[in-house]
Design a protein. Structure first.
Length: 353
């Protein structure tokens, strides 16, 4: 009997060891420290806004999380750029917030939150997320996700110059960028040529993915050549209806709500601030999620799975969803790489993983 029990115990121990050994690796995590020149704030935003305004500056809130490769990129590639650092320090007071943190925050108007409950209230879905506050403490500009230096400089100028009083950031970008005549948009076999988005939604039970892109757009090329070339990601893409739109085009389309307008007008209506941006609609024509900013394969793929698997209905926090999804993939023995372009799991592990 004792031998039998010892044998069972040994086999259980071996099973546990094998399960641990088979757990997939977690790749791509990168630690980062906030810039030392950020403000040491007591997190009482009314006071922060008033102090910044008295010095001719605005407040810039920076939501981050540990081991976020895009936060590391923001710090290492943007905030260490001498021109960007100088401009930010001249025009903004930077305040760092951990989206899972427990420090007390008092907003303009006196409401109290913790960092994590404030992030949830503001629906922070990506890190980094940057909020630029005006002199009344209202959001003048919001950046969801990482913006590379060139795009980031434009955003800084928009907020510093108080351009929100004149135009949307989407309009500012199109006015600010030089003529993009030249090569057209990047064609894919999964793009539906129809310009009637309403009809597409009504005629299909599948979600609709609308890709907003532009000519001469390096990040659009990266999306197609590296992210969408990944086989498991491609599997997810092919489970959707997909449409490509040009943010500079005057060609008319029919929006999901039945309105006829140009592609550029539709981009403005949706406040498209970055190209490429993928806006994801459910089968009723409601926007349920979007991918904007510089993201690599695992985050783009997880966004598609989030909508295809109706994850957004049960889990409003995309960050919690993506963490759980990654853990499920690793439990099946496959690595995930949050800062790479290649999936390490089979194409079958897609929306149902």
């Amino acid at each position: 009997m004792k031998k039998a029990l010892l044998f069972v115990g040994l086999m259980t121990w071996i099973s546990v060891v094998l399960a641990v050994e088979q757990h997939g690796e977690y790749l791509g995590a990168r630690p980062s420290e906030r810039p030392e020149w950020f403000k040491e704030s007591f997190l009482e935003f009314e006071e922060d806004v008033a102090e910044a305004a008295a010095e001719g500056r605005r407040v810039m809130l920076y939501f981050h999380q540990e081991f976020c490769p895009y936060c590391a990129r923001l710090v290492e590639e943007n905030f260490t750029d001498p021109a960007i650092e100088s401009y930010v320090r001249q025009h903004f007071d930077g305040i760092s917030l951990n989206m899972w943190g427990d420090r007390e925050v008092v907003t303009v108007g006196g409401k109290s939150f913790t960092e994590k409950t404030l992030a949830a209230a503001l629906k922070v879905q990506f890190t980094p997320t940057l909020l630029f506050l005006d002199e009344a403490g209202k959001v003048a500009l919001r950046l969801n996700g990482y913006y590379p230096p060139a795009q980031f400089r434009r955003a800084l100028r928009y907020a510093a110059q108080k351009q929100e009083r004149v135009m949307t950031f989407s309009e500012f970008l199109r006015a600010d960028i030089a003529d993009r005549a030249g090569k057209g948009l990047i064609a894919e076999d999964f793009f539906n040529p129809s310009g009637n988005l309403r009809k597409l939604i009504e005629g299909s039970p599948r979600p609709l993915a609308v890709y907003f892109e532009a000519k001469q757009c390096p990040d659009c090329g990266r999306l197609h050549q590296q992210v969408l070339a990944d086989p498991p990601t491609r599997t997810l893409v092919n489970m959707m209806d997909n449409v490509l739109l040009d943010i500079d085009s005057d060609e008319k389309i029919v929006a999901p709500d039945g309105t006829t307008l140009s592609q550029s007008e539709f981009a403005t209506r949706l406040n498209i601030q970055y190209v490429p941006t993928i806006v994801l609609f459910d089968s009723a024509g409601n926007e349920v999620h979007r991918v904007e900013g510089f993201f690599k394969t695992f985050h783009v793929q997880s966004s598609l799975a989030y909508v295809l698997g109706n994850g957004y209905r049960d889990q409003p926090s995309f960050q919690r969803y993506i963490s759980a999804r990654g853990e499920k993939i690793r439990e099946q023995g496959h690595a995930i790489d949050i800062d790479g372009y290649r999936s390490h799991h089979p194409a079958g592990l897609t929306a149902l993983d």
